[in-house]
Design a protein around this ligand. Structure first.
Ligand code: H79
Length: 421
């Protein structure tokens, strides 16, 4: 647990929002880099950024309906475009057709819905004139890279980075959460592609400033120095995450369809069932899920993403007490199931629906009462006759200490049925 922010692990589910100029090309937030668009070419989106449907109250309501407890918005992504009225750049929403600071209404909307306020801020900046270009591109040589970097001075970018973070943490009241993205020193092959890290950002000083401005804030782990929690990106860890043998606070960030920014033609949507299984899997291993939406260039969340959030909300309405404040259990779940535990309540999340019986190793004699969580209907704990078990007449062959629970034939019509013991 993060000592100064117990709310975080209690929350378990948050919403990531990737929103910026890349919503207009609508083909992944790395489009500037992937298609090697110059700052000039990318400028067409700056001149046309006109989010007439931007209503962060709607975002906040959608997040709350889905059972999310906090929201994290890209104040600036790698393209360098700023959603707030920074005094340190002209490359900001204020100077687009949007014509205003977009962060103020965002923080106000979250607070009005009782959600914790999170900022994402990119360390990488493809727009700033002093951010040095990394590495040797397959089509470039070292001399080209050096000439492209002539006149670039990372010290000046560093000053800009610190100044902008100071603005964000000074001008918008209490900020609960900060996600820096990202350091890529130490990934290997630095001699090939560079690799920026703590020296480039002056991470120690940056983090000290963050904590001084916002003593209650929690900060992720991508400054290339330790933070408050670690952030697996687009994968589910195999078990509780550990550092030097000690469990650490972690939060997986995941996309709906493989892209963070709005990606019109990407139809690789995860089903609601899969998203809920990912949430449950994470909580059973002690982690949070930060689930991303990428609003459109008009500022609304598109119907496909809204449908996912809605489906999650339907499930959370009935099952959130198996999620909020829950974590791993000391007991081992049977195949195709996950356990989450809160106090003396054990929750059995059934990813598959077996015929009649589910067998829970090691739980015999430990459970007083069991019910389906979705409708509080009792399910019977079954005593197995050892003689019949030996003859395979009962759903037996289970090792001693196994608790058997009798399930209805009809699987409850919810994404993931849960037993509460
Ligand atoms: O904002 C979302 C993504 O855009 C951003 N993080 C999430 C939250 C992100 N995308 N990719 N990454 C972070 C990691 C990218 C790593 C690579 Fe590379 C980019 C591998 C190859 C190009 C940088 C350069 C690291 C290695 C070489």
């Amino acid at each position: 647990m993060i000592q100064h922010a117990p709310w975080f692990e209690e929350a378990r589910l948050g919403m990531f929002v990737h929103w910026g100029l890349y919503a207009l090309p609508a083909r992944h937030e790395w489009v500037m880099n992937r298609e090697e668009l110059s700052v000039e070419a990318y400028g067409q989106y700056f001149r046309r950024f006109d989010p007439d449907l931007y209503d962060p109250c709607e975002w906040a309501r959608a997040a709350r309906y889905a059972g999310m407890k906090y929201v994290v918005l890209t104040t600036k992504h790698h393209d360098g475009f700023c959603l707030w009225d920074s005094a340190l750049t002209e490359y900001k929403a204020t100077n687009t057709p949007a014509g205003r600071d977009l962060i103020t209404p965002y923080v106000e909307a979250l607070r009005a819905e009782g959600l914790k306020v999170g900022f994402y801020h990119s360390l990488v900046d493809w727009h700033h004139p002093h951010f040095t270009i990394d590495g040797v591109h397959p089509q470039r040589n070292a001399a080209d890279v050096e000439s492209m970097n002539s006149g670039r001075d990372m010290a000046r970018y560093r000053e800009y980075l610190h100044g902008q973070v100071r603005e964000l943490l000074s001008n918008y009241g209490t900020i609960d959460y900060l996600f820096f993205d990202f350091s890529y020193a130490g990934l290997g092959q630095e001699e090939f592609w560079g690799g920026k890290g703590r020296k480039d950002w002056d991470s120690e000083a940056l983090l000290a400033m963050v904590r001084e401005l916002q003593p209650g804030i929690i900060v992720n782990d991508r400054l290339d120095i330790p933070g408050d929690f670690i952030t697996p990106e687009q994968y589910q860890p195999a078990g509780p995450m550990m550092l030097d043998g000690v469990p650490v606070t972690w939060e997986a960030c995941q996309t709906l369809n493989g892209s963070w920014g709005y990606d019109r033609d990407n139809l690789d949507y995860k089903s609601v069932d899969m998203l809920i299984r990912m949430l449950v899997d994470g909580v059973s291993k002690g982690g949070n899920l930060l689930l991303n939406v990428g609003p459109t260039g008009r500022g609304n969340i598109d119907p496909r993403a809204l449908a996912s959030l809605h489906g999650i909300g339907e499930w959370m309405k009935l099952h959130s007490r198996a999620i909020y404040g829950a974590g791993p259990s000391q007991f081992t779940a049977p195949p195709d199931a996950r356990y989450t535990q809160r106090g003396d309540r054990l929750y059995v999340h059934l990813f598959a629906w077996p015929f009649e019986y589910v067998h829970l190793p090691g739980l015999a004699g430990k459970v007083e009462y069991a019910q389906l969580l979705n409708d509080a209907s009792e399910v019977f704990l079954r005593e197995l006759d050892p003689q019949q078990q030996a003859m395979n007449m009962t759903p037996g062959g289970q090792p001693p200490g196994t608790l058997t629970i009798k399930l209805p034939v009809q699987r409850p019509d919810v994404a993931v049925p849960v037993l509460e013991l």
